[in-house]
Write a protein that binds this ligand. Structure first.
Ligand code: NDP
Ligand code: BG6
Length: 498
C-alpha cells in the first residue's frame, strides 16, 4: 500500500474495516467524485485491506469492465495525478460490480448479498448516488433482503426531494428501514476545508464573537458563482433550478454556520440544534416581498475566459423557464441578527468561479480623514471557500511614505496555499470517511432538511403565484442587472474581490 500522505502536517485517523456499496456506480457523481475520492483515501492508507467497494447499477458489465471504466474516468478527471499501474492494480482489488435494478422487488440481489456475506459485524455503507425517487424503493429492498445489519449506514445524496412534501415522503420511507442516527444526508459543502474552518474561525478566536451581531455587522453576502453550465446534467438540472440545487442546501448551510449561536460543544447534534434555530428564524419570503427581494435569471450564450459558450436553452435543446441564477435577500429574525440583511446569490456560467462569504461591518461613526485622503471603505471579513481558499480582513491603512495622509484599503491575508500544504482532501473524501467514522456532524438531520425546504417552498410558491420571469444574462457576466438592483436599492453593492 502506498502511504503518501496528503498533508505534511496532517494526522490520518485510522478507520475500522468497512464495506461500501455505491448504488449508481456508473453515473457521473460516482465516476467523477466518489470513486476517485476512495482511491485518494486508499493512497493515503485509509482503506483497510479487507474493505470492499461494490459498485451497483442496472447496466450489465463485467467486473473487469467496471474497473477499467473507473480508471479511465479517474485519468480523465485527474490528469495531473501521476499514479502508476501498480497503484491502480492494488486499489482495484477492492473493487467489485453488481448489475442490479435497485427499484425492482423482483431483482436478483443474491450477487450483492454474497459479496456482503462475510461479516455481519463490519461497518457497511450504502451510498445512494441515485435519483431521489429511488431512495425509498432501494431502502425498502435493503430492508427486505436484511442487509441493514447493526453497523449499516445509508448515505443520501442531495436533493432530498424537490419540496417539503416529497422530502418528508423520502425521509419517512428511509426511516422505516434505518434509524435517524444511521442516515447520513450529504451536503458536500460541509466537508469543504474552508467551510469547516468557519466554526473554528468564529468560535476559537475571541476577537469575533463581540462584533458578530447587528450592532456591528452591516450585512452579509454569500456568493457561489460557477463558470460551468448545466452541461450534461441539464435534464436533471431543468427539474431543479438554482434555488433547489444550491440555495436549499449548500447556501442555507453556509448561512446557518455564519448566523448560528455558539454551540456548547462541537458534538454533531449540538451544532445541528443551533443550525436549525437559524433556519426556523428565516423570515418567510411571500408573494408580496418576492418581486423585490428575489431575482431569477437564466444564461444565454456568451463567452467565458475568451471561449464562446452556448445558452441554457441551446444546451437543453428546448426552451425552458428554469433559473440558472438566483439572488435573494434574507433576514434571520432573532435577537442577534435583527435588521441585518443576508444577500445570497448563485449562478452558473458566471464570469468567474468564486465561492465566498463576506461579512461587512458598519462604517465608522465619525470619519476623521479629509476627503482628499481617499475613500473610506468599511471593514470586511472575506472567507474564500474556493478557489484560492483563505480568509482576508480588509482594513483601511495609511499609505506609507511622505506626501501627506493618503488612505489605502488592504487585506490582512491568510492564504491557504501560502500557509498550508498544496493539497488537502476533496470534500467527498472527508464526508466518506466521516460516514465510516460515524461522525454525523457533517450531515444534515431530518429536521434541518425539512426546515430548509419549508422556507424554500415559500419562495417557490411566491414565484409561481407571481409568475416571476427569468431575466436573461449573458454567460460570462455577474448575472442579470436585476441582481445588482436588488442590493443597490439598499444603498449597497455586491462585493467584488480587490
Ligand atoms: P447519473 O444519471 O449520472 O447516474 C445515475 C446512476 O444511477 C447511474 O449509475 C445509473 O446507472 C444508476 N441507476 C439509475 N436507476 C437505477 C436503478 N433503478 N437501479 C440501479 N441503478 C440505477 O446521476 P448523477 O451521478 O449525476 O447523480 C446521482 C445522484 O447524485 C442524484 O441524486 C444527483 O442529484 C446527486 N448529485 C449529483 C451530483 C453530480 O455532480 N453529479 C452532485 C450532487 C448530487 P444505470 O443506468 O446503469 O442503472
Ligand atoms: C452540486 C450541484 O450540489 O454542487 C451542482 O448539484 C453544482 O449543480 C455543485 O455544480 C457545486 O459544487 P462545488 O463543490 O463544485 O462548488
Amino acid at each position: 500500500m502506498n502511504n503518501t500522505q496528503t498533508n505534511t502536517g496532517s494526522k490520518l485517523l485510522p478507520v475500522e474495516p468497512f464495506d461500501i456499496v455505491v448504488f449508481g456506480a456508473t453515473g457521473d457523481l460516482a465516476l467523477r467524485k466518489l470513486l476517485p475520492a476512495l482511491f485518494h483515501r486508499w493512497r493515503d492508507g485509509q482503506i483497510p485491506q479487507d474493505c470492499k467497494i461494490i459498485g451497483a447499477a442496472r447496466s450489465a458489465m463485467s467486473q473487469a469492465d467496471f474497473i477499467a471504466r473507473v480508471e479511465e474516468h479517474y485519468r480523465t478527471y485527474f490528469p495531473e495525478e501521476k499514479n502508476g499501474a501498480d497503484d491502480w492494480k492494488a486499489f482495484s482489488e477492492h473493487l467489485h460490480y453488481c448489475a442490479l435494478d435497485v427499484a425492482s422487488t423482483d431483482a436478483d440481489w443474491s450477487a450483492l448479498e454474497t459479496r456482503l456475506a462475510d461479516r455481519d459485524d463490519k461497518i457497511r455503507v450504502f451510498y445512494l448516488a441515485l435519483p431521489p425517487s429511488l431512495f425509498g424503493p432501494v431502502s425498502a429492498n435493503i430492508g427486505a433482503h436484511k442487509l441493514n445489519t447493526p453497523k449499516a449506514r445509508i448515505v443520501l445524496e442531495k436533493p432530498i426531494g424537490h419540496d417539503l412534501h416529497s422530502a418528508r415522503a423520502i425521509n419517512d420511507a428511509v426511516g422505516r428501514v434505518f434509524p435517524e442516527e444511521s442516515i447520513f444526508r450529504i451536503d458536500h459543502y460541509l466537508g469543504k476545508e474552508t467551510v469547516q474552518n468557519l466554526l473554528i474561525l468564529r468560535f476559537t478566536n475571541s476577537l469575533f464573537e463581540p462584533v458578530w451581531n447587528s450592532n456591528v455587522v452591516d450585512h452579509v453576502q454569500i456568493t457561489v458563482a460557477e463558470t460551468v453550465g448545466a452541461g450534461e446534467r441539464a435534464s436533471y438540472y431543468d427539474t431543479s433550478g438554482a434555488l433547489r440545487d444550491m440555495v436549499q442546501n449548500h447556501m442555507l448551510q453556509l448561512l446557518c454556520l455564519v448566523a448560528m449561536e455558539p454551540p456548547n460543544d462541537f458534538a454533531a447534534d449540538t451544532i445541528r440544534d443551533e443550525k436549525i434555530k437559524v433556519l426556523r428564524a428565516l423570515r418567510p419570503i411571500t408573494p408580496k416581498t418576492a418581486t423585490r427581494d428575489t431575482v431569477r435569471g437564466q444564461y444565454r450564450d456568451g463567452a467565458i475566459g475568451g471561449k464562446a459558450v452556448p445558452g441554457y436553452d441551446d444546451e437543453l435543446g428546448r426552451n425552458s423557464d428554469t433559473e440558472t441564477f438566483t439572488a435573494l435577500k434574507a433576514y434571520v429574525d432573532n435577537w442577534r441578527w435583527s435588521g441585518v440583511p443576508f444577500y445570497l446569490r448563485t449562478g452558473k456560467r458566471m464570469k468567474e468561479r468564486r465561492s465566498e462569504i463576506m461579512i461587512q461591518f458598519k462604517r465608522v461613526a465619525h470619519p476623521l480623514t479629509a476627503p482628499e485622503a481617499g475613500h473610506l471603505h468599511p471593514t470586511r471579513l472575506v472567507i474564500r471557500l474556493q478557489p484560492d481558499e483563505g480568509v482576508k480582513l480588509l482594513l483601511m491603512t495609511k499609505d506609507p511614505g511622505p506626501g501627506g495622509m493618503r488612505l489605502r484599503y488592504v487585506p490582512l491575508n491568510l492564504s491557504y496555499a501560502d500557509t498550508f500544504c498544496a493539497r488537502y482532501p476533496d470534500a467527498y473524501e472527508r464526508v466518506l470517511m466521516a460516514v465510516v467514522r460515524n461522525d454525523l456532524g457533517l450531515f444534515m438531520r431530518r429536521d434541518e432538511v425539512e426546515a430548509a425546504w419549508g422556507w424554500i417552498d415559500g419562495i417557490l410558491s411566491a414565484w409561481n403565484a407571481d409568475e416571476m420571469p427569468c431575466q436573461s444574462y449573458a454567460a460570462g457576466t455577474d448575472g442579470p442587472t436585476q441582481s445588482a438592483m436588488l442590493i443597490d436599492r439598499d444603498g449597497r453593492e455586491w462585493f467584488d474581490d480587490l
